[in-house]
Design a protein around this ligand. Structure first.
Ligand code: AMP
Ligand code: GLY
Length: 441
């Protein structure tokens, strides 16, 4: 194989599964990460630990290692233009250029784009950078219909929703004032009520090809209680849908993602290349777009990439060359991914605690495991302040996949917790009932 030296940028479980898939499909992997991921270290020919937004260091490492192409995992380097910088020196990338990455980097850009191009799943929203006229906008929308979203990247922690985090007009005004003081632009957006799904796609500038639907669990504790997190686990079903999302919903979401990619090209002149993540909510008023991400989801990448039947490296080259074919196939299996997080996460996480992985035992369960924010000293693994390990079960049914994931979790010891309810029938039924109750209205 020729052009097969690949650089991956990023350091989480998402990059671990991307790296694993790339290596499985034939690349020589090199990793550039701000924090050493033990999984990527084991998979790579060589690694460099350095800021993921230092373009010159990344370019130098690529030249030193004769890199043929780069895959960019996280949003931070994308929204500051890593792809533009690498492509300028002749290194093709799987990831959007800065103009196109605004779909994640600027919520104002995205809402304006969707409005201008009349994309159906858009919701009502308005941008503010001062307190002027906020009061009347809230009155007009109705206080219970308000979501406040800071403009840029907030690691999932900046969005505040009426009823979840804000409980009165005064709460909303206080949060807006806080953002104004920080000189952050923000949106007041229509609050949607329904069930969410993630649709992750491959995009080559024009073609947008979908993958199995995934549902993430943002809340820290069982039964969707507790503070929001980066995601505590996720599942996908063997038919690649969900009992409460039909093929028609997927087709509609995909249609809007195609229109969005075309709109980005029309508006900026830049074709979107890479992975595009759409988070949608099915509501009584139809399908609504919650947000786009310019990358794979974490944990959602772990639900999808291990099911890929084709060659991921070929797909990456098709993205680069603009000739993706329509038939990207995935195994008809269910998946359940559970995140182990340090006790106290996300409020007061216990860091520097040892994590003991019984590798022999976990391999016998059939579960796969991915390193997230943990570090290795000698042979020992320790927690940091963020999610520690992703444990994945794959099987013919959701029940079996959930059991495998739990058996895998049982082989990992430490001051950690996870959500036992992710991927269980009981939680699934709760979501089905919720959707049914909304749609009957
Ligand atoms: P985001 O950072 O945009 O993914 O938002 C974080 C979470 O806030 C999402 O996963 C949703 O659960 C919630 N959210 C964001 N926008 C809305 C909206 N317009 N209506 C209701 N919930 C929302
Ligand atoms: N799981 C949500 C995200 O990756 O943003």
């Amino acid at each position: 194989m020729g052009k097969n030296s690949c650089l991956i940028i990023g350091h989480g479980a998402r990059e671990h599964v991307i790296g694993e898939t790339l290596v499985g499909d034939g690349v020589k992997l090199f990793s550039f990460m701000s924090f050493k991921n033990a999984g990527l270290e084991d998979l790579s020919k060589d690694i460099k630990i350095h800021s993921e937004t230092d373009f010159q260091e990344i370019i130098d490492f690529c030249k030193e290692k004769n890199i043929d192409f780069a895959v960019i995992g996280p949003e931070a380097p994308l929204v500051v233009g890593i792809v533009d910088a690498l492509e300028k020196v002749g290194i093709p990338c799987v990831g959007p250029k800065i103009e196109a990455a605004q779909l994640e980097g600027s919520k104002v850009f995205t809402r304006n784009l969707l409005e201008k191009y009349k994309i159906k799943s858009n919701v009502r929203s308005k941008m503010f950078d001062s307190m002027e006229r906020i009061d009347s906008y809230i009155k007009d929308m109705g206080v219970e219909n308000i979501v406040v979203k800071p403009e840029g990247l907030t690691g999932g922690k900046g969005v505040k929703v009426y009823g979840d985090h804000l409980f009165s007009t005064q709460d909303i005004l206080d949060y807006c004032q806080e953002l104004v003081s920080k000189k952050s632009r923000f949106l007041l957006e229509e609050r949607c009520v329904g069930e969410e799904f993630t649709l992750q796609t491959f995009v080559d500038g024009k073609n947008v090809i979908g993958s199995p639907l995934v549902q993430d669990h943002k809340r820290a504790y069982e039964d969707d209680k507790g503070p929001n997190t980066g995601g505590m686990g996720s599942y996908s079903m063997e038919d690649h849908l969900m009992p409460f999302f039909t093929q028609k919903d997927v087709d509609e979401a995909l249609e809007d993602m195609k229109k969005t990619v075309a709109a980005v090209k029309a508006e900026t002149g830049v074709g979107y290349k890479g992975f595009l993540y759409g988070q949608f909510m099915k509501t009584a008023k139809g399908l609504k777009l919650i947000e786009f991400n310019s990358r794979w989801g974490d944990p959602e990448a772990m639900n999808v990439l291990p099911l890929l039947e084709g060659n991921f490296v070929d797909i990456c080259w098709s993205i680069i060359n603009g000739n993706l074919s329509q038939n990207i196939e995935f195994e008809n299996k269910a998946t359940v991914c559970k995140y182990l997080a340090p006790e106290g996460y996300p409020v007061n996480p216990k860091k520097d605690e040892q994590v003991i992985i019984n590798k022999e035992k976990i391999n016998k369960t059939g579960a796969k495991y991915y390193y997230a924010s943990v570090y290795r000293e000698g042979e020992k693994i320790f927690t940091t302040t963020s999610r520690a390990m992703g444990v994945l079960g794959i099987a013919d049914s959701l029940e079996e996949a959930e059991k495998i994931s739990e058996s895998g979790v049982a082989c990992i010891e430490g001051r950690l917790f996870h959500r036992k309810d992710v991927g269980t029938r009981r939680l699934l039924q709760k979501r089905i009932d919720h959707m049914n109750s909304l749609l009957k209205k």
